[in-house]
Ligand binder design. Structure first.
Ligand code: UT7
Length: 329
């Protein structure tokens, strides 16, 4: 069958996730840094996070999520011709973690590459894969967000080490004819932004070309918080404007899971009803590029997100980089 590229849509066929076996409670962190369960819960909503063991890496978690998404989609690795993997914690400086996943799945066809947009990485990866699929150049994509942030945390810095976790989530996107209308299934719009002036507010203080080390995550949390709600609201409103939809039309709002207070404040500002908000930060903490697909996997598995539902994803993080995508499931 040849496809009419003018009206192609990238439709979600399946979702999957993979978490490290070990979960770490707030109480366990109390023995490592001067913090308390009460502070972490009140300021962030986080109850626990998963932390990768030595043998668990970004690529092994990503491969687990990819296999689960393929199974949910009823696809084989041989059906995939594109892997876009968002991560800031690659297994190696090169090659791309996506190629490790490709090899792990036994794939020799197609193209696989990484995307680096920190916490907004999954939204950027969805937008990139969507553009490849709608151009007609590729047919079926695995879009993955995978991280092992535990490896770049300064475990002596209580202002950051309690906030992050490890994990991976993935979706299978497939090009399918649409009508161009907002009733189509698939990615309806994506809105991406960056502003490099904010680099010092959230960054890693190392890298191959500067320190020749991996470095540690550094964040001015209060400053990031100050920008987060406004930035994510702007890109969500841009997605509404691009599609002629409103907050009332949404079935589910699946934001980046950094902080319960940012999630609640964003939904409130956008006029999105609390019962439409998918929140998993309490279980996973902030898993950067993995947080949205992990939340999607939870809300699909428990039956909340169903075929035909209108789902808004959004994220903001280091760079700053931020974005949104509106998807009809
Ligand atoms: O995913 C990328 C985007 N990242 C984010 O969205 C993170 C955005 N920022 C946040 O989520 C919040 O700013 C934090 C959770 C990081 C911090 O919450 P906050 O309400 O902004 O607290 P704060 O930074 O203003 O710190 C309040 C106090 C400080 O003490 P003083 O100066 O008031 O005496 C901190 O030293 O809390 C102290 N503190 C802690 N106390 C116990 C900082 N970390 C901890 C800790 N345990 N782990």
């Amino acid at each position: 069958m040849t496809l009419d590229v003018k009206s192609l849509r990238s439709v979600v066929r399946g979702v999957g996730s993979c978490l490290p076996k070990r979960s770490v409670s707030n109480a366990e962190l109390e023995s490592m840094v001067e913090t308390s369960d009460e502070w972490i819960v009140q300021r962030t909503g986080i109850l626990q996070r998963h932390v990768a063991a030595d043998g668990e890496t970004t690529s092994t978690l990503a491969s687990g999520a990819a296999r689960a998404a393929l199974a949910a989609a009823g696809c084989e690795p041989s059906d995939i011709d594109l892997i876009v993997l968002a991560t800031s914690t690659p297994d190696l400086t090169f090659p791309a973690t996506a190629t490790l996943v490709q090899a792990g799945l036994g794939m020799t066809q197609g193209a696989a590459f990484d995307v680096q947009a920190v916490c907004a990485g999954f939204v950027f990866a969805v937008a990139i894969a969507d553009n490849f699929l709608r151009s007609g150049s590729h047919r079926r994509a695995l879009v993955i967000g995978a991280e092992t942030f535990s490896r770049i945390l300064d475990w002596n810095d209580r202002s950051t080490c309690v906030l992050f976790g490890d994990g991976a989530g993935a979706i299978v996107l497939e090009a399918e004819p649409g009508t161009g209308a907002v009733a189509d299934r698939g990615v309806l719009t994506s809105q991406l932004r960056t502003d490099g002036r904010y680099r010092s507010k959230l960054f890693v203080d190392g890298g191959p070309s500067t320190t020749k080390t991996v470095g540690h995550l550094r964040m001015e949390g209060r400053e990031v918080f100050r920008f987060a709600v406004g930035m994510v609201s702007d890109v969500v409103e841009a997605a509404f404007a691009a599609t002629g939809t409103t907050a009332q039309d949404l079935d589910w709002f699946v934001p980046h899971q950094a902080n319960r207070r940012i999630i609640d404040a964003s939904a409130d500002r956008l006029g999105i009803a609390p019962q439409k908000v998918v929140t998993t930060v309490q279980m996973h903490a902030n898993t950067s590029a993995a947080s949205i697909p992990l939340a999607l996997a939870v809300a699909c598995a428990d039956g909340r997100i169903k075929r035909g539902h209108l789902v808004m994803i959004e994220a903001m993080g280091g760079g700053f980089a931020w974005g949104s995508a509106l998807i009809r499931w």
